[in-house]
Design a protein around this ligand. Structure first.
Ligand code: NAD
Ligand code: ZN
Length: 377
């Protein structure tokens, strides 16, 4: 059981000190319907930097869509449409893109990412790797990046992960799924245009939005919660309840506006707190079965009522209201080897257990405990 979070004053000093994160936020934000059309003007002032061209990475969904015709790319810019399914972004993918552009065209003035969390992370990570030698594998972790990257701008087209404002760029490497996390990672600019998320298919809209919901529940119920994380988390939860349970719930323009803001606020909440058990399990599912982040979270969260009783109850109401049915009984088809491998991935995310269970989490959580959680799926 998670146990009740302790008041801050009774926490050991090491935990308390970890609370004082000197976090780097994005430099500039534009929000509003149609704000995508500001992109060209924003880039104009930077076109003379480095070798004077922009690299656009765009989710391949938009390849034949009207948005592709609205890209403010000029002659000399590179526009790369990237298929983000089924694999999540990898270190090899980022290294290859960086190597190819550097060797054929030189150093871009900046990068623009247009897409979901996958594209946000590819854009953030590649912008860093343009100026840091070697493979991105060696930078997976906290503060391992040595030099600032090139200018980078994000335009999310699906909301929930909050990758557009996160201080990390999550990549799957040969050994681990872990972010490049440092003060140079956040975007210099994001453009939040809710019109862009209107085409997200209904089920994906639900799973991705639930990532925000789960971010808030985990951020707010763990040991590192604080007034800052509560302020953002409470507001994002309020918006999620309106979007997924309220009288006017559903995929409407008004709710798209709210979801885009909730996504940002949920991540600002966890930036100053932490995620918890669901995310630890989700990383295991991603490493072993390549499950996508938001869907994997939903698969796991429905079974975590011992740890997040109220959150799981409300999550089930949201499933019902939105006619979403999640599969169960999955673990019947998994081998003990696969379950053990997932349990090790999850166990190694000690910062998540530390937040969810407390500094003595190793006395309460073992590989066997985590295997038992996976067997609930
Ligand atoms: P995604 O980027 O993987 O895209 C999911 C699907 O939605 C794709 O098929 C894509 O083509 C489609 N899509 C995107 N925009 C669309 C639109 N407007 N209309 C129709 N289809 C659209 O989705 P995601 O769930 O946002 O991102 C998942 C990734 O984010 C994972 O790789 C995960 O690791 C990462 N992530 C990062 C952070 C972070 O803090 N950096 C946090 C959570 C998750
Ligand atoms: Zn998440």
């Amino acid at each position: 059981m998670a146990g009740d979070p302790q008041p801050l004053c009774s926490l050991p000093i090491t935990i308390f000190n970890n609370l004082h994160k000197n976090f780097k936020n994005i430099d500039k934000i534009v929000f509003g319907r149609g704000s995508f059309d500001m992109l060209g003007g924003i880039l104009d002032g930077r076109r003379n930097e480095n070798d004077g061209f922009f690299l656009f990475v765009v989710d391949h969904y938009f390849k034949d869509k009207p948005l592709a015709g609205r890209l403010p790319a000029r002659p000399g810019d590179i526009v790369r449409f990237i298929d983000v399914d089924p694999e999540e972004p990898t270190t090899a993918q980022v290294d290859a893109l960086r190597d190819e552009v550097l060797s054929t065209r030189g150093l871009p003035a900046g990068m623009v990412g247009i897409g979901g969390g996958s594209i946000m992370d590819i854009a953030k990570a590649t912008s860093l790797m343009f100026t840091n030698e070697g493979s991105s594998v060696q930078y997976q972790g906290l503060d391992l990046i040595k030099k600032p990257g090139i200018y980078h701008l994000g335009v999310p087209t699906i909301s929930g992960t909050g990758a557009e404002v996160a201080m990390t760029a999550v990549l799957t490497g040969p050994e681990k799924k872990l972010g490049l996390k440092c003060e140079f990672t956040p975007f210099n600019q994001v453009i939040l245009d809710p019109e862009l998320i209107s085409t997200v298919p209904r089920e994906r809209w639900f799973y991705t939005g639930m990532d925000t919901y789960i971010h808030c529940i985990e951020s707010e119920t763990g040991f590192l919660n604080n007034a800052f994380s509560h302020a953002y988390g409470d507001q994002a939860l309020k918006l999620c309840r309106e979007i997924y349970l309220g009288e006017h719930s559903g995929q409407t323009p008004e709710n798209d506006d709210k979801l885009m803001v909730a996504s940002m606020m949920g991540t600002l909440s966890l930036t100053y707190s932490e995620v918890g058990i669901c995310h630890a399990l989700s990383y295991g599912l991603a490493m072993v079965f390549h499950e996508k982040h938001c869907y994997a979270n939903c698969l796991a969260f429905q079974h975590l009522e011992d740890y997040y009783p109220e959150g799981v109850r409300e999550f089930r109401q949201m499933l019902k209201r939105n006619n979403i049915v999640l599969p169960t009984g999955l673990s019947r088809n998994w081998t003990d080897e696969q379950i053990t491998a997932m349990a090790h991935v999850a166990y190694n995310l000690s910062h998540m257990w530390n937040h969810a269970i407390g500094p003595d989490w190793k006395e309460k959580i073992t590989i066997e405990t985590i295997k038992a959680l996976f067997k609930r799926l």
